[in-house]
Design a protein around this ligand. Structure first.
Ligand code: WTA
Length: 635
């Protein structure tokens, strides 16, 4: 009886897919990796070009400061572009792009490489050197990957700030990274409106002094202020002699980087304080990202692949920019909102471009699902062969809709669990894996995960606990930029020697993992990762607010929505208009995604005796749940 029930819960892979997949022996690979982790990753690393080979695959002599491919040199861009333009792929499409207003642009590997080389020359001419940080704050246009690749090519470290963030979020990230150059656009199109990116940059720069140059891509054409001597138009710079070599051609030498040299910083929210910059490197990141993408989405030379994420988040870094280019893939990229001008926009583009692999987020699926099946049914979606999700647990109802209405029951769903910190997929199906809606299934070969209790002891099947990772992996974060102590305390101290993910999960009797959600002060809003601390600090930067606490509460479409509780300063009276003003203030400082769903004005917040706000208590009260252990609550 139990077995029957279990079998009904499995969705087996469609016939034919497994036979032709790159990988159809997961258990064998997992066992191999278990026995010889270094040998396993070394095999994958041989797929790439290195200027100098490694002397050791993994140096684990100083945990948690692990190093991969020690002694090797390479450049991820060399593997994304240089080697392809020397092959037949030079004329293959790298990027097909569609703007929200219907504009279309395409880049072959040759064209993309040329653009990247010229922009890299421009950056060099502005004095950007190996190791320098560059902040990129743009809409979803092809110049965004171009800017990232141009930085990496010359060894500069990019820090992409999501274009949906606003003044204070941007300012904090520019200042922490000490960027001298910011690359932006005049504006971006989103949902039929213009996001005034350049104006936000101007406002952010009033608050910080490190930036010497701003490069502006023209996208919307609306008027912007250009500060003489500081601000330059991208299209003008690209026609100058500095974009070319002395002999006038558009080439640019790719910098030879140590495998462990930094590739990028990506700010993300954590438990406390200001956002932290996760540091990733050239060598290990390259190997981890490309291997996982190839195996999980079974990317074939002829596939058209679309990851709907924004390049401003880790999903965009790993699986829009670096992963697909490393594999020589043709990717599709779309600028705007999924429902603009109608809820069939995505499905019309799947049909128009013949997309084979679609990778998106549960929140987007839930958002589109509520418009009904008639919208996808207007389109021929038969090109699709694999689907994917990331960012938060997918509820079985959305899973089934995605599977039936979009995949027509033919396309397995790769529910990939991973993080900014992990750089690559960690717990994920492979095409051969029988699926259970809502489960990310099993760890990728070479990844050792577990669910443990408060003391770090493994929990039996069915019990909820902390999700941890027990062995290093090549695309792992190497540090928090300029804050190694925080790196150690945040990730490696709760359970010494073991990586703590911040998530809770349980395993079932088949060894499948079910991710439950964050156990720290991170809120996932529409799959976007926000920290309570940053939202609260945006609130208290308003003159009316004395204290604030933010929590996430379940929301049908967004997964979680932000609810904030504020105590007003003396002299301010609670009113609807003040609440509206506070919501708008958070959106202005942090970005529209951080706008609280609801703000409640209170006279007290539950605190511990040492003065820490007990968000857990607020959350329980708001949901009418038991408040748990209150022994530390102040009277
Ligand atoms: C959550 C996104 C359930 C999780 C790549 C994790 C998921 C956080 C899944 C990282 C999934 C990501 N199922 N939860 N398939 N994927 N998460 O850094 O809570 O933006 O810790 O990276 O997203 O978010 P981040």
């Amino acid at each position: 009886m139990a077995t029957d029930q279990r079998l009904r819960d499995f969705f087996p892979p469609p016939p034919g897919l497994v036979e032709s997949a790159h990988i159809n022996n997961r258990d064998v690979l997992a066992r191999m990796a278990d026995q010889n982790l270094e040998g396993f990753w070394e095999e994958q690393a041989k797929e790439f070009e290195w200027f100098r080979p490694w002397t050791r695959v993994l140096d684990d002599s100083n945990p948690p400061f692990y190093q991969w491919f020690v002694g090797a040199t390479t450049n991820i861009v060399y593997n994304c572009l240089d080697r392809h333009v020397r092959s037949w792929r030079r004329n293959k499409l790298a990027i097909i792009w569609e703007g929200e207003n219907g504009d279309q642009r395409t880049f072959s590997y040759h064209a993309l490489n040329r653009e990247v080389c010229m922009f890299a020359n421009v950056l060099r001419s502005m004095g950007v050197h190996k190791g320098d940080r560059v902040t990129i704050y743009m809409g979803r246009i092809p110049e965004l990957p171009v800017a990232m690749l141009a930085c990496a090519k010359i060894g500069a470290v990019h820090s992409v700030v999501y274009g949906g963030f606003s003044v204070e979020a941007l300012h904090g990230r520019i200042e922490d990274s000490q960027s001298q150059v910011v690359i932006t656009c005049d504006g971006g199109y989103m949902n039929g409106k213009i996001v005034e990116l350049k104006n936000i940059v101007d406002e952010a720069l009033k608050r910080c002094a490190t930036v010497e140059h701003v490069i502006v891509v023209r996208r919307t054409g609306q008027p912007v202020t250009m500060e003489s001597g500081r601000d330059y138009w991208y299209h003008e710079l690209m026609t100058l002699p500095v974009a070319r070599t002395a002999s006038g051609n558009s080439r640019c030498e790719t910098e030879e980087m140590d495998a462990e040299d930094p590739l990028f910083l990506l700010y993300t929210s954590g438990t406390t304080g200001r956002p932290k910059a996760i540091l990733h490197t050239h060598g290990g990141y390259m190997v981890g990202v490309a291997t996982t993408l190839k195996w999980v989405f079974d990317l074939k030379e002829e596939d058209r692949y679309w990851c709907t994420a924004d390049p401003g988040w880790i999903t965009g870094h790993s699986y829009i920019v670096y992963g697909p280019l490393l594999l020589g893939t043709t990717s599709f990229m779309y600028e705007g909102a999924p429902t603009y001008p109608y809820p069939n926009r995505w499905w019309s583009m799947v049909e128009k471009y013949g997309i084979n692999i679609l990778y998106t987020a549960p929140t987007a699926i839930r958002g589109l699902m509520r418009y009904g099946e008639a919208w996808p049914n207007r389109h021929d979606l038969s090109s699709l062969r694999l689907l994917g999700t990331v960012g938060e647990p997918i509820n079985p109802e959305a899973w089934r809709w995605y599977y039936e209405a979009i995949g027509k029951g033919r396309c397995p769903i790769m529910d990939t669990w991973w993080q900014t910190e992990t750089g690559m997929f960690m717990i994920t199906p492979l095409p051969e894996t029988p699926l259970k809606p809502g489960s990310a299934t099993k760890p990728f070969p070479g990844i050792e995960a577990d669910v443990v209790d408060e003391n770090g002891n493994s929990l039996p099947a069915g019990e909820e606990g902390y999700l941890v990772l027990k062995r290093p992996w090549p695309a792992m974060l190497r540090n928090i930029y300029n804050d190694p102590d925080r790196y150690v305390s945040q990730y490696w101290s709760k359970f010494p020697g073991v990586y703590f993910t911040g998530d809770s999960a349980r395993k079932d009797e088949d060894g499948y993992y079910w991710i439950i959600g964050r156990v720290d002060d991170v809120i996932k809003v529409s799959g976007y990762r926000l920290g309570t601390a940053e939202i609260e600090s945006a609130l208290v930067s308003h003159p009316a607010v004395a204290e604030a606490a933010a929590i996430g509460l379940p929301h049908d479409i967004k997964g979680n929505a932000i609810h904030a509780y504020v105590i007003l300063r003396a002299g301010f009276e609670p009113s609807e208009s003040l609440i509206e003003e506070l919501r708008a203030h958070v959106a202005h400082e942090m970005g529209p995604i951080a706008r609280p769903e609801k703000i409640t004005i209170v006279s007290q917040l539950p605190k511990t005796r040492s003065g820490k706000i007990m968000r857990r208590v607020l959350k329980a009260r708001a949901q009418g749940l038991p408040e748990g252990d209150l022994s530390t609550l102040e009277e």
